[in-house]
Write a protein that binds this ligand. Structure first.
Ligand code: TXA
Ligand code: MG
Length: 344
């Protein structure tokens, strides 16, 4: 199949809507990462998404809407708290999980009786949803297991020949996937951290951070969010996280320099490192780190990196999302520089 890559302008959006109404899959921009969109109410369209991504079909898809009223037909019940959070954070990078209505097919929810819904903020995404008149199921537009795409070119790399159209809406402003929460009567459980942070949600209700956010699930443990059980965001290189102060990080990496050894680091750190670096926001630049993270991980592969060192990011704000993705990219490999001799 030929894959067209068009700008997300009037013409591109019109073609996208035509394909979506026919049950096809289209790569679309959102403010978080690019999505692989298709009609959320059509089981065959959902199957096409799983096939294009090479994704296990028990990993449910997020349904994207353009107006708040579009939520009600999709859900069996909407807690009052969810309405308040939607009011505060939609459109934006927040996904909420609801008991699903009968309209939503099991193919979209990976067989679960709940449905995850979000209203994206990217103007092109909202226009597409409105103009095609359908709720759109959309996972991140990467091949399963690869880093999520934050540029149209990333989507093209992974999806060339697999889908008919990709719309280019520029680089994603948030850079990590949406925050996913399960909503209860007066608390929420954070299943995946993202651009809507724990600090932001805490202004409205109690926030319980699920164990799976920062820890590896034990053998046989059930993931509340099936996506959390898969190794994710991984480049082919081995990512190793170093936990410790800047000075110790620099010493450790420099003493482990060698062929195929890279570091992800901010400009200031990069100047003092003897290994080649992939530019990644520095200390206290969590939003910048979030924007650059997936591009960095893709670059590791393009450069043929074998080992990539990164410093454990601060877990404040969107830093928690960066930490969550880096831990998965590293398969939870963290070396503590406080205990280890920095020249190890
Ligand atoms: O920012 C985003 O959310 C992007 C853009 C395209 O909107 N989409 C995205 O989708 O990241 P995906 O499929 O890559 O990740 C969806 C996550 C997975 O971890 C999945 O397991 C979880 O949400 N999820 C979806 N439906 C769920 C449900 N009913 N219950 C629990 N977790 C659910
Ligand atoms: Mg994904």
């Amino acid at each position: 199949m030929e894959t067209k890559l068009l700008p997300a302008d009037d013409k591109g959006i019109a073609l996208a809507c035509q394909l979506l109404r026919q049950g096809q899959v289209v790569g679309i921009p959102t403010e978080t990462v690019y999505g692989l969109a298709a009609n959320a109410l059509d089981p065959e369209a959902a199957h096409r998404i799983y096939a294009a991504k090479g994704r296990p079909s028990d990993n449910p898809l997020i349904v994207h809407i353009a107006e708040f009223q579009d939520l009600y037909p999709l859900v069996a019940h909407c807690p009052k708290l969810a309405e308040e959070l939607a009011d505060a954070f939609w459109p934006g990078p927040l996904t909420m999980i609801f008991p699903k209505s009968e309209k939503v097919p099991a193919a979209t929810t990976g067989g679960m009786d709940t449905v995850a819904v979000r209203m994206p903020a990217h103007p092109a995404a909202r226009r597409i949803i409105k103009e095609c008149g359908l709720p759109l199921a959309a996972p991140s537009a990467n091949l399963s297991g690869k880093p999520s795409p934050t540029k149209a070119s990333h989507v093209y790399q992974d999806m060339q020949g697999r889908i008919p159209l990709i719309l280019d809406g520029g680089d994603c402003q948030v850079g990590v996937e949406s925050t996913v929460i399960a909503v209860h009567e007066d608390s929420v459980r954070l299943l995946r951290p993202g651009g809507i942070t724990v600090e932001m949600l805490s202004g409205y209700c109690d926030v319980i951070v699920d164990d799976g956010v920062l820890h590896q699930l034990k053998e046989g443990e059930k993931a509340l969010s099936p996506g959390m059980k898969y190794k994710h965001y991984a480049p082919s290189a081995q990512v190793i996280l170093l936990d410790g102060p800047e000075e110790a990080f620099i010493q450790y990496v420099n003493s482990h320099a060698g062929e195929g050894v890279y570091a992800m680091a901010g400009e200031q750190e990069a100047e003092r490192l003897t290994v080649p670096t992939l530019l990644f926001g520095g200390e206290h630049e969590e939003a910048e780190q979030a924007r650059q993270l997936f591009d960095c991980l893709r670059e590791c592969d393009e450069k043929g990196a074998k080992t990539v060192y990164a410093r454990l990011p601060d877990s404040k704000g969107v830093g928690l999302a960066v930490l969550n993705r880096l831990l998965r990219a590293a398969g939870f490999a963290v070396i503590s520089l406080d205990k280890e001799d920095a020249h190890g």
